[in-house]
Design a protein around this ligand. Structure first.
Ligand SMILES: O=C(O)CCC(=O)C(=O)O
Length: 240
């Protein structure tokens, strides 16, 4: 592994629960990913596309993208720069937990409510899991960049039971929220407990992004069945 993150960056991640890792993907890779997302949206495959809470306004293309878009595997899952970043947080052995694409259409892409991803996973707090989010377009204040509550990963914030993904209003102090606009090709990482969301897209261009989530499978069989096809080892593992 190279040293993708400095000691200061690692310290920031551990304190704040998120980190802007800078531009990691080349323009050609970003262009290819943009075409993959557009292809999904154009075909609107029902089994891969979920509508957000505001129906018709925002798409999430659920895991596993790489099984239906092989270039995604090459560009993201096997991208050494991305894996080096994950390794610097997770150590030498980790699997893919899931991957997704996020599409906010021009003019009416919906906001994504504040949540943390462990509301989906339900892992014990000591299971390391990191989301690696990649901007496929410049993400801005106007088109729905990511928002974070810094330091929120230091506790397990409860979610409302209604949807399982929306935090109680009382849980988010808007005065603590930071917006994180970044250029296309940027990688942003965050902890499974970090409260985050994204704003609406009010511009006349789409805002596209994708992610992969890496996990250290320390508790495989007790908590979650890791499938060797859907959750390949990204680094290390039995075959390494
Ligand atoms: O891209 C977005 O707007 C949201 C991304 C997100 O919530 C995630 O990667 O967990």
């Amino acid at each position: 592994m190279s040293q993708p993150l400095s000691a200061d960056q690692l310290a920031f991640y551990r304190e704040q629960g998120y980190l802007d890792c800078g531009r990691v993907l080349a323009t050609s890779a970003v262009d290819e990913l943009r075409a993959i997302i557009d292809g999904f949206v154009a075909s609107a495959r029902k089994e891969n596309v979920g509508l957000s809470a505001e129906a018709g306004k925002s798409y999430t293309l659920f895991t596993p993208v790489f099984t239906v878009a092989s270039r995604y595997e090459a560009l993201v899952l096997q991208n050494p720069a991305i894996l080096d970043i994950l390794e610097s947080i997770l150590g030498p052995v980790f699997r893919l937990l899931e991957d997704a694409m996020f599409f906010k259409p021009a003019n009416h892409g919906a906001a994504l409510a504040y949540h943390h991803d462990n509301s989906y996973y339900g892992f014990p707090l000591d299971v390391p899991a990191v989301t690696c989010w990649i901007a496929i377009d410049d993400s801005t204040l106007d088109n729905g960049c990511l928002r974070f509550v810094p330091g929120s990963h230091l506790q397990d914030t409860p979610h409302e039971q209604i949807t399982g993904t929306v935090l109680t209003r009382a849980a988010v102090d808007e005065s603590q929220v930071i917006d994180l606009p970044v250029p296309a090709g940027t990688v942003v990482i965050f902890d499974k407990l970090t409260i985050h969301g994204s704003g609406p897209n009010t511009t006349d261009r789409p805002r596209r992004a994708c992610n992969i989530v890496g996990v250290v499978p320390t508790v495989d069989s007790k908590l979650r069945h890791f499938d060797d096809t859907l959750n390949p080892y990204l680094r290390g593992g039995p075959a390494a």
